[in-house]
Design a protein. Structure first.
Length: 256
């Protein structure tokens, strides 16, 4: 495989990622540490995070900062971001990646289930961004917030209305924060991945039949890998995208 791009501006940049222990999140932790960034992340899966840190250290990069927490615990999430910033000397980039794409019957979902779906997929991105903006504005050097939505926000599949609603909400959150905090030099953008082949997708949803249907609809007849999404996040965090904000970027092999 050819080498990925190197972004000199990412060296030393302080990056916090939610849901960084597996899937796209883990690919981003690896990608940013590989650029020389100082990386922190949070996740419920402490064992997976430790395995990831060992692999990163074995590759010759700095071990990422990590805290085990549930992102729906807003005080714990915001404190983790603050503690990482204190340890790293500041915060330059926030990546709101964490999500849960469980399928559900709209008529069977109760209020508690709906609230948790919003809390995991939308609310935590707002509260993480709230703390990140406070830290970035306090430093006076700008920053970047990258929200992970999904092409489901555009396509609206019937079997996951809560997830679709939350991911559509992230598009609005991006626009509002980009408009409000651009004056502070804070850029806010959204990545909308298609069906990225993570282990979770392989275990739960990506059957041979489902993948065949996907390939028929996509222009590029290849699997989208977590690193593909991570590469786009690197660009949006680097100075190479310094005049890009309030935008949404689809990475779905041409499905939409």
């Amino acid at each position: 495989m050819k080498a990925h791009a190197t972004y000199p501006s990412l060296a030393g940049r302080r990056v916090f990622i939610t849901g960084g222990a597996s899937g796209i999140g883990a690919a981003m932790v690896e990608a940013f540490t590989g650029q020389g960034a100082v990386v922190g992340h949070c996740d419920l899966a402490a064992e997976a995070a430790e395995t990831l840190a060992d692999a990163i250290a074995a590759a010759g990069h700095a071990r990422p900062w990590f805290r085990a927490l549930d992102v729906i615990d807003t005080p714990a999430l915001q404190q983790a971001i603050s503690d990482f910033a204190a340890a790293a000397g500041g915060l330059d980039v926030l990546v709101n990646n964490v999500a849960n794409d469980n399928r559900h019957d709209p008529l069977q979902m109760d209020e508690a289930g709906w609230r948790r779906c919003m809390a995991v997929n939308l609310d935590c991105a707002f509260f993480a961004s709230q703390r990140a903006v406070e830290l970035m504005r306090g430093a006076g050097s700008g920053g970047a917030i990258i929200n992970f939505s999904s092409i489901t926000a555009l396509l609206g599949p019937a079997e996951m209305p809560g997830y679709v609603t939350a991911k559509a909400g992230l598009l609005g959150l991006t626009k509002s924060f980009a408009r409000r905090y651009g004056v502070d030099g804070i850029r806010v953008n959204t990545i909308l991945p298609g069906w990225v082949v993570t282990q979770r997708q392989l275990d739960l949803w990506l059957t041979p039949e489902a993948e065949e249907e996907w390939m028929e609809q996509a222009c590029l007849k290849q699997r989208i890998q977590p690193r593909d999404a991570a590469n786009l996040a690197l660009f949006l965090a680097a100075d190479d995208s310094r005049m890009i904000t309030n935008q949404q970027f689809v990475i779905d092999a041409g499905r939409v």
